[in-house]
Design a binder for this molecule. Structure first.
Ligand code: 3PG
Ligand code: MG
Length: 346
């Protein structure tokens, strides 16, 4: 399906509202990973070059709607963008009553966290229309949030005068369709991360397309439990065990498998200084939490990846933010790097 992109739109002197995913980790006002911000800056620069009055909106974290807690403010992100963009950057907290309709051409106006607005998560029409009224053109560029049907991602697009995809979203969609429509086989997908239930639907849709599915992170725990192992106090979704079993059976029926870890790295608390202990998967104790795959599992998965023709990777296989639980994700990344080089010299 051809999608209209931002570069195909005439943005000259128009009010352009860009939805980006600026949801970065912020602790005590400082940003610990700016990867998403660095990726988002070229879109803003391009819109300025096209002559727009640029407004940017994003969510940050999961605050309670109607309760604008300072810890979820986009202010530190606006400050970061002010430092990294060559133009004036404004930050506005009140914007739903047309107060930014005069956003200046050639400047950037960052809107406060959209999840402070009542109706954002429920994709309410009134709020969606209020966003749409702010702009002449709505640009969807938040790939990392594109799976959420919320007012700032989905609702606004129904009501804005003109809608297009930003360069980040466009590039991701092109890469995904290249990987999934006509992949070099075997096609391997790794689905990790901590948000379990939303990922199971991703798994179900991938299950029929891929030759090999690898689960990691919180999602793997549901599969481990579904095989009858204890996962202690780990993140896991009891109600999704049947679905996990169904997917495992489906993979087997198709001649494949969804391997569960044979060894894991556990800790007693979700904390930066919790000691990491490697255990076989059937030795997990009732007060353990699984935070990473073990070295034996890493080696097994690395071997699958090294033989892959195409790899689709979504989410880490452990709590990589804490060094002692980052080895599994690192090993996966290194195996992929090896595989990419192998492709390059073929
Ligand atoms: C993310 O970080 O995964 C995206 O920004 C989406 O955030 P959410 O899971 O809180 O909707
Ligand atoms: Mg996510």
């Amino acid at each position: 399906m051809p999608i209209k992109t931002m570069s195909e739109c005439d943005l000259r002197n128009k009010r352009v509202l860009i939805r980006q995913d600026l949801n970065v980790p912020v602790k005590n006002g400082s940003i610990s990973s700016d990867a998403r911000l660095r990726a988002s800056i070229p879109t803003i620069e391009q819109a300025i070059k096209q002559g727009a009055a640029v407004m940017v909106m994003s969510h940050l974290g999961r605050p309670t709607e109607g309760q604008p807690e300072p810890e979820f403010s986009l202010k530190p992100i606006a400050d970061y963008l002010a430092q990294h963009l060559p133009v004036k950057v404004n930050f506005v907290t009140q914007y739903l009553n047309d107060s930014v309709t005069d956003a200046p051409v050639g400047e950037v106006t960052i809107l406060e966290n959209v999840r402070f607005n009542i109706g954002e998560k429920a994709n309410e029409e009134t709020l969606s229309k209020a966003y749409a009224n702010l702009c002449d053109v709505f640009v969807m560029d938040a790939f990392g949030t594109a799976h959420r049907a919320q007012a700032s991602t989905h609702g606004v697009a129904k009501f804005a005068k003109e809608v297009c995809a930003g360069p980040l979203l466009d590039a991701e969609l092109k890469a995904l369709s290249k990987a999934l429509d006509n992949p070099k086989r075997p096609l391997v997908a790794i689905v990790g991360g901590s948000k379990v239930s939303t990922k199971l639907t991703v798994l179900a849709s991938l299950a029929n397309k891929v030759d090999q599915l690898i689960v990691g992170g919180g999602i793997a725990n549901t599969f481990i439990a579904a095989q009858g192992h204890s996962v202690g106090k780990s993140l896991m979704e009891e109600s999704l065990q049947d679905e996990a079993k169904r997917l495992t059976d489906l993979a087997k029926a198709n001649g494949g498998e969804i391997p569960i870890p044979t060894d894991v790295v556990v800790g007693k608390a979700f904390a930066e200084d919790t000691p990491a202990v490697i255990k076989m998967v059937d030795a997990v104790e009732s007060d353990d939490m699984i935070f990473d795959i073990g070295p034996q599992t890493s080696a097994y998965l690395a071997n699958i990846l090294k033989n892959a023709g195409t790899i689709v990777w979504n989410g880490p296989v452990g709590v990589f933010e804490f060094d002692q639980f980052g080895e599994g994700t690192k090993a996966i990344g290194e195996a992929m790097h090896f595989q990419l080089q192998a492709v390059a010299i073929r």
